[in-house]
Design a protein around this ligand. Sequence first.
Ligand SMILES: [Zn+2]
Length: 216
Amino acid sequence: MRLIILGAPGSGKGSQCKWITRDYDVPHISTGDILRKNIADGTELGMEAKSYMDKGALVPDELVVNILKARISEPDCKEKGFLLDGFPRTIAQAQTLDAFLTAEGVSIDKVINLEVPDEEIMSRAINRRTCENPDCKEIYNLRDNPPKVEGVCDKCGSKLFQRKDDNEETVKNRLEVYHAQTEPLIAYYSEKGLVATVIGQERLEDTIALVKEILK
Ligand SMILES: [Zn+2]
């Protein structure tokens, strides 16, 4: 199964990716994670990306695409497919991906469009707390899904913290960029008949049930 998940930052894409990866045994490919892994492994592409990041510059599109192509070409993705999260971000990236997949003789099966109103994303962001344990990274929400003990992770007992970028101004900026750059992808993939839109529900289980319906 080859999937793309689209959704504004804070729409809860990460939570969906977790269970889809587990239940459907499909590799989860997050651009941010692959970049970090390439840098940690010291690959050629990773070192090139790092040289930009060290300067505080954005990693160029072409480099991100190359890193992604390399990942998709690995045996697990060839065998099981993939779930793309955070890529493509722009029409240009989507076109590059299409060309690459066509050359490989494969195609995208479904694009899950996770829709959540901006006001809801804002409220979630302000209430979000994350486990500081890098092996756990469990996410809580003080409004909908609070930890049993305030400030402590239910799963591993580590401390919870609020991410610096979960403030009103940063969230607003992230949403603006998403609407301008990434939202056009919904029309792009709709034309190909691939988009299934899911309205993000208040309870995670309810959203999961809707996505399950789509992936049937
Ligand atoms: Zn934890």
